[in-house]
Write a protein that binds this ligand. Structure first.
Ligand SMILES: [Mg+2]
Length: 293
């Protein structure tokens, strides 16, 4: 999986992207090209797309998938997965290492006490989607340096997950990771889980030009770059707010609830959540069946 953020489809569909990520028209059906053009046209600038439930542009007037406990996997062509605390369980506390590293980075950068740094870190997360975006906006930091520092962690708490591997193997269609983290971090996690082989690409915070979820811009960029029809796509996330743009674009959504304090759903019963689970492998087995071999 070299250069995954630039890879074209590996499923034989023939869709491809040029260096800028623009879909090569000759390889995409006219109907899809119209949809992708509409998606990109709604993009505007990054700065005028602040996320809000009411402000998410509805580019494609998608046909909504039904809310319910079951999902027909044949209605989905592309499965998108968040990485941290979605593909691996929050109980292994991997993201807590990253969270602490971000706090140390803020403290060192601005010569703050740990409590002050943590407060500012959380403020930037709330206001900018990620701590990184806040630091870039207000302190002009080098994002590549930041990403290498905060992801320099011990990945061994992530355990191999043969049930997730088997469920992904039985899931028809393309699979991609969509993360506010970095490709090297995602690759390390996928390798630890033992599920690398299933993923066509990792769309990370570098691929999105450092504009994080839940800003709608990276969702649109991902769809365009990989030639994805959002009405036949699925997105699994442990951050409820990151499901809002996915739903607005017409994707089926799965909210992974792991009970951590930052994972509380502020919109109980919200219509942008089609499905809920506590464990991704459990839920996928419910969709495609468990591998009894
Ligand atoms: Mg997550």
């Amino acid at each position: 999986m070299s250069k995954p953020t630039r890879e074209s489809s590996s499923d034989g569909s023939g869709q491809a992207a040029d260096e800028s990520g623009k879909i090569v028209q000759a390889d995409v059906p006219d109907s899809m090209m119209s949809l992708l053009t509409a998606l990109r046209a709604t993009g505007g600038s990054d700065t005028d797309q602040a996320p809000s439930e009411s402000g998410v542009p509805k580019a494609a007037s998608p046909a909504r998938l039904p809310v319910g406990s079951s999902l027909d996997p044949d209605r989905i062509d592309v499965w998108l997965f968040d990485l941290d605390n979605t593909l691996y369980p929050a109980s292994c506390r991997l993201f807590e290492q990253i969270d602490r590293a971000m706090g140390r980075y803020v403290a060192d950068l601005l010569s703050l006490e740990p409590a002050e740094a943590r407060a500012l870190q959380k403020q930037y997360f709330r206001e900018h989607g990620t701590t990184l975006r806040g630091l870039m906006t207000h302190h002009d930091i080098d994002p590549h340096d930041y990403l290498s520092v905060v992801h320099d962690i011990d990945h061994t708490p992530v355990q191999p997950n043969p049930r997730l591997d088997a469920a992904l193997n039985r899931l028809p269609g393309r699979k991609l990771v969509f993360t506010n983290g970095s490709v090297p971090h995602a690759e390390a996690v996928l390798q630890r889980l033992g599920v690398t082989r299933h993923f066509e690409a990792i769309f990370d915070i570098v691929a999105s030009d450092f504009v994080p979820k839940p800003d709608p811009a990276p969702y649109r960029e991902l769809l365009v770059r990989y030639g994805i029809d959002p009405t036949r796509a699925f997105f699994a996330e442990d951050s409820a707010r990151n499901l809002v743009p996915a739903h607005a674009l017409g994707m089926a959504t799965l909210y992974v609830q792991h009970g951590a304090d930052w994972n509380v759903d502020p919109h109980e019963g919200a219509d942008y959540i089609h499905h809920r689970c506590e464990d991704l492998a459990d839920w996928l087995e419910g969709v495609v069946g468990a591998d009894r071999a």
